[in-house]
Design a protein around this ligand. Structure first.
Ligand code: CP
Ligand code: NVA
Length: 306
């Protein structure tokens, strides 16, 4: 995907609809073994928050491409002792070929991108989780043979994962519904941006009504009620978010062939029940696997590997 070489992916809308489609195709080809590109590039991982899937899937993807990975986390670098992002970014730029950053503030990612020439990938911020949504889109494509026109509902907290889901869905022509408590609706600026980017056929509904949102939906998606950094309010959020739990009762309102997605890690008994995550409609393990395939496609494209 030629135009992607050297680009930063700080949000899902840094990709065009055509580029997302090409990435999904490349990811499918990498997954099936139809393509096996190789490189000797170096990926840096700089994660200010915990991670299992993103860390391991990026590491495995890069190793399978023949490249190497360096852990640059704050506890093992000067980053944790306060070296400015502007300095860190310019130094890392001289050593490594690509950098994935997991952080709190989106402006930190923007600063890395401003000071480093190498591609910067958002490996989750408080605003967005673009790598996750690429994996979700691949999973939806595998299940329904298409992404465009698919009705997908997100229940829970309208933050990072929901934001990328709304933007990615709008770009791909999906019918997106998001039901959250009033105090946790997605940021209006994100919804506005999604409405501007929405292609013909796309729909975006933001509501507080979980049952209406799920009716006839082909995808039911959820995420934790208290994200990393919000641990202090975790207990107090539970009663407010309870009506948005993905359980068998709410799932009965969805399409009978609906699939259930969760970015993981899951809190059984909170945003999703044991019966649903372990049930026959759950696709969460395929979704987690797809993180590796889409991120490998992203690495190949951003690094310009033939
Ligand atoms: N879904 C996801 O990003 O998982 P990790 O936090 O384990 O990377
Ligand atoms: N919204 C969650 C996603 C974790 C992958 C968080 O930010 O913690």
């Amino acid at each position: 995907i030629k135009d992607l070489k050297s680009r930063d992916i700080l949000g899902i809308a840094d990709l065009s609809a055509a580029e997302i489609k090409d990435l999904l195709q490349l990811a499918a080809d990498l997954k099936s073994g139809k393509r096996s590109p190789v490189c000797n590039k170096i990926l840096g991982l700089l994660f200010y928050k915990a991670s299992t899937r993103t860390r391991v899937s990026f590491t495995v993807a890069m190793h399978q491409l023949g490249g190497q990975v360096i852990d640059l986390n704050p506890n093992v670098t000067q980053v944790g002792r306060g070296e400015p992002i502007s300095d860190t970014a310019r130094v890392l730029d001289r050593y490594i070929d690509i950098l994935a950053v997991r952080t709190f503030k989106q402006t930190d990612l923007e600063e890395f991108a401003r000071y480093a020439q190498i591609p910067i990938i958002n490996a989750l911020s408080d605003l967005e989780h673009p790598c996750q949504i690429l994996a979700d889109l691949l999973t939806i494509q595998e299940c329904f043979g298409k992404v465009s026109g698919v009705t997908a509902t997100f229940l829970g907290d309208g933050n990072n994962v929901a934001h990328s889901f709304i933007l990615g869905g709008a770009l791909m022509g999906m019918k997106i519904r998001v039901a959250t408590p009033e105090a946790h609706q997605p940021e209006p600026a994100i919804v506005e941006k999604a409405r501007q980017l929405a292609v013909d056929g796309a729909e975006i509904i933001i509501t507080e009504d979980p049952v209406e949102a799920v009716k006839g939906s082909q995808v039911v998606y959820t995420d934790v009620w208290a994200s990393m950094g919000q641990e202090a309010s975790a207990e107090s959020r539970i009663p407010m978010f309870q009506p948005y739990q993905v359980n068998e009762e709410i799932l009965a309102h969805a399409d009978s062939d609906a699939i259930v997605l969760h970015c993981l890690p899951a809190h059984r008994g909170e945003e999703i029940t044991e019966a649903v995550i372990e049930g026959k409609q759950s696709r969460v393990w395929d979704e987690a696997e797809n993180r590796m395939h889409v991120q490998k496609a992203l690495l190949v494209s951003l690094l310009g590997i033939e």
